[in-house]
Ligand binder design. Sequence first.
Ligand code: SAH
Length: 304
Amino acid sequence: MTVTAYHIPVLSDEIASLARNRRRFVDCTVGGGGHATILLRGGGDLLAIDRDHEALEAARTVLSGNQVRWLNRSFADQEALEMIREFRPDLVLFDLGVSARQLDSDKRGFSFRPGVPLDMRMGSGDKSAADLLNELTQKSLTSLFAEGGDERRARRLAAAVARRRQRSPFRISDDLVNTIRSVLGPRSGPSDFARIFQALRIAVNSEIESLQKSLPVVLDALAQGGAVVVISYHSGEDRVVKRYFQEWARSCICEPGLPVCRCRGRALGRMEPRKPVQPTGDEISNNSRARSARLRVFVKSDAC
Ligand code: SAH
């Protein structure tokens, strides 16, 4: 296992075996460079992307001496997508979400530890978590908590947020934790806070939309036989990945009932394996971030 002080990479063995016999890598979420180090073990070129400049600085140190091109952008930005296309990779990795370093740094505002500012921005420019809580309509908050946070009492939670912000705006973690407690009851705890905070973070950083925008471009950019590899930590993200991969793996995507096939008429590659890979109990006990990880791989056909 490659352990950097920054972050312990998840599902390292799987990433190492996918890297074998491949040489042109894009790491769309380079973070502390843990996975990237594994990708480059047997040599090769890397395009390293992260929207967080602190992550890129850490990865630069870890990866010094390798052939790396760096880009401090979201992987969904036009500039990043063009670079990925030009690079013609044979493996593109997304290890979604936040790094341990980002979670541990109070000033970044990802954590529900007391007194942490409700920020959660990975890059610059987006609205902060506090802005969303203070500005979104009650209806948008309801769907954020329900769809992003699998929260059964989403409507009541959104109403409680709307009531609270009339008294004083949301500013720090405690403001949201207390509101969650007031709706979910005194027995609510860290796993509930984590779920709701994660939903808010995904909304702050438009994480689902970024993935939806990037995946088709990445498939197109891949060399023949190349692989898109996604590790997700949230059911909504995993659903997006699965839908794309399943659609690409179908040989015909016409509406049922059409007399002749009018689509591409062939699969663009295959899901390999068909089911997502999840970490073992051992890995989870060494690295709690691995708990919800799901890895999916799509291998582009040699004929595309
Ligand atoms: N695989 C890395 C850890 C990645 S943690 C390692 O082994 O060290 C996830 C990283 O993805 C974070 O650094 C975060 O800033 C970055 N990230 C999340 N969404 C992104 C996006 N849309 N574009 C670029 N980077 C993103």
